[in-house]
Design a protein around this ligand. Structure first.
Ligand code: AHR
Length: 312
């Protein structure tokens, strides 16, 4: 379901192919790999699209130079999955001055007047995802008649300043605030990677392993690392520690079936076709929806099995 206002692009169709420059932020997670594949295969299948791809390896400065290169090459449309929310004004103003419409993919940007600097955004409602995690936990405790039990929550964050991190942290905190018996006792970034997820969870277990009874982890890769750290610390993931994760990868749902994870909030990476359609519409000067939210659901032991295998 989408919502938001409309905007129209400058320029008109010249009948040829649409050259699309896509700056992907990196390859930090299974989700990201699926998102890249979705965009690349949609571009390949679409006869109207000629795509140039650039991987920024998680560095904003690489994304900024990729966008500048696209501007210099005179591409028709630029798509960017922004690694962090802030710091985009200058380069996006350059794209605007060159009359090149910009599509934001997956994550959002923020700053002064940034809404004028992109034509469309296709991605997830991260704050809603965070709220879903909190609401799921409240219902889960209630179902076990443990609604008033003291929860000592360890919280693994994604890349600091990424809208996926900011939104999920905010949404979960909103729900946590309404429960006086929920305490977030550990909170740190694991940068959305499996290795750092494991490292940070090891540190959490060292300092508070005897207390932690809930883990919220902002993506499945970090969660897989954290599960290993919990096991190595002699605890049982999914039982001693209730685990809520984000993305809903195949590994995530398998961990639910194995009893090692309790809930997985879906983040949908399959935006490739929407990106292509939007790029073509912008090149043709058509009106496009300014904000498109991808469809997302939630998985736990009640529905994991019937939704496997997952496409990523
Ligand atoms: O922006 C989406 C997030 O980025 C996904 O949750 C995570 O796996 C990815 O790295």
């Amino acid at each position: 379901a989408g919502c938001g206002s409309n905007s129209s692009a400058s320029g008109s169709s010249k009948g040829g192919k649409v050259t699309l420059g896509f700056s992907q932020l990196g390859a930090e997670s299974q989700w990201r790999t699926a998102n890249t594949k979705s965009v690349q295969s949609a571009a390949k299948k679409n006869k109207k699209i000629n795509m140039k791809f650039s991987d920024a390896q998680q560095k904003q400065e690489n994304q900024i130079s990729a966008i500048r290169n696209f501007i210099q090459q005179g591409v028709d449309v630029i798509a960017v999955a922004p690694v962090v929310e802030t710091g985009w004004e200058t380069v996006l103003k350059e794209a605007k001055d060159a009359n090149i419409p910009v599509i934001l993919v997956d994550r959002m940007i923020k700053g002064k007047n940034v809404d004028d600097l992109y034509s469309a955004w296709i991605g997830s409602d991260f704050t809603k995802e965070g709220r879903k995690a909190g609401d799921w936990l409240a219902t889960y405790m209630k179902k076990q008649n443990k609604a008033s039990e003291k929860l000592n929550i360890a919280y693994l964050q994604g890349t600091t300043g990424a809208s996926a991190q900011v939104g999920r942290t905010k949404g979960f905190a909103e729900v946590a605030k309404t429960h006086s018996n929920w305490d977030i006792i550990e909170k740190q970034s694991g940068n959305f990677t499996r290795e750092e997820g494991k490292e940070v969870m090891e540190a959490f277990m060292k300092s508070s392993g005897d207390k932690i009874n809930v883990l919220v982890s902002e993506n499945d890769d970090m969660t897989m690392g954290a599960i290993q750290a919990i096991q190595e610390a002699g605890k049982t993931p999914g039982k001693d520690i209730t685990i809520i994760s984000f993305d809903a990868t195949n590994d995530g749902l398998q961990a639910i079936l194995d009893g090692k994870m309790n809930a997985d909030i879906e983040c949908n990476p399959m935006s490739g076709n929407d990106v292509m359609k939007t790029a073509i519409a912008l090149k043709e000067g058509k009106k496009v929806q300014k904000k498109v939210y991808v469809h997302e659901s939630l998985f736990d032991i009640d529905n994991a099995k019937k939704n496997m295998p997952r496409p990523y």
